[in-house]
Ligand binder design. Structure first.
Ligand code: PGA
Length: 249
């Protein structure tokens, strides 16, 4: 049985002191030991967020990292900077990073490999545009994103990865994919992992749905066979996140 994993993606929101206040507010609301709970926060808030989350079930992750060890990469964050302060999860290849910061399937693959090298679990994002969905190429597109993201990743590593399927048209729009649409793609992703590796790897990897997840739709989405939780943007910054994490209560 795969344990559900529900992660908040804070994006570029909350100052470090606001982050501490929000974690203190949400801490009692997200207590649910049946689910892995991750707050992916802006890099500057990682340390105070760790401190605020101490003693709770919240793991602190972040939203990006670079694929080199160190050196002349002004403005970037190295993987060992994250592990040094105890970061266990990093979002890789979010569609906003692909759109505004020129990330590609190839840089996503480099980051995924580097995260594994350092023992950080990547939350690997994939997703189609509305045009791609309308053209009927969603599954082909997602399969290609997955195949490139997992190049040279071993089966042992892949088993521990998290994939977030986030249709771009559903992010921040209030337009959620139906649970059937989300399940169709998450099942195809699991099938793709089985093709690259084997059934055992596919059975272990966790696949989230993301895109306007809220307290009203979480239970239906997370009940689907291949949806192992969610990556939540807007609603992760509100008390509502507690209801999403406790979707099964
Ligand atoms: P949203 O964002 O929940 O606000 O749609 C999801 C995401 O971008 O990860």
């Amino acid at each position: 049985m795969r344990k559900k994993i529900i992660a908040g993606n804070w994006k570029m929101n909350k100052t470090p002191s606001e982050a501490v206040a929000l974690i203190n507010e949400l801490k009692p609301l997200v207590a649910n030991d049946e689910v892995d709970v991750v707050f992916c926060v802006p890099a500057i808030s990682i340390i105070p967020a760790m401190e605020a989350a101490k003693g709770s079930n919240i793991s602190i992750g972040t939203e990006n990292m670079y694929f080199e060890e160190s050196g002349a990469y002004t403005g970037e964050i190295a993987p060992n900077m994250l592990t040094d302060v105890g970061v266990k999860f990093v979002i890789i290849g979010h569609s906003e990073r692909r759109e505004y910061f020129a990330e590609t399937d190839e840089t996503v693959n480099k980051k995924v490999l580097k995260a594994f090298e350092h023992g950080i679990t990547p939350i690997i994002c994939c997703g189609e545009t509305l045009t791609q969905r309308e053209q009927g190429v969603t599954i082909d597109w997602i399969r290609q994103q997955i195949k490139i993201a997992f190049l040279n990743v071993t089966a042992e590593q892949a088993k521990t990865a998290v994939i977030a399927y986030e249709p771009i048209w559903a992010i921040g729009t209030g337009k959620t994919a139906t649970s059937d649409q989300a399940e169709e793609v998450c099942a195809a992703i699991r099938g793709c992992i089985a093709e690259i590796y084997d059934d055992a790897t596919a059975a272990e990897i966790r696949i989230q749905y993301g895109g306007s997840v809220n307290a009203g739709n979480a239970a239906e989405l997370f009940a689907k066979a291949d949806i192992d939780g969610g990556l939540v943007g807007g609603a992760s910054l509100k008390p509502e996140f507690g209801n999403i994490v406790n979707y099964n209560k």
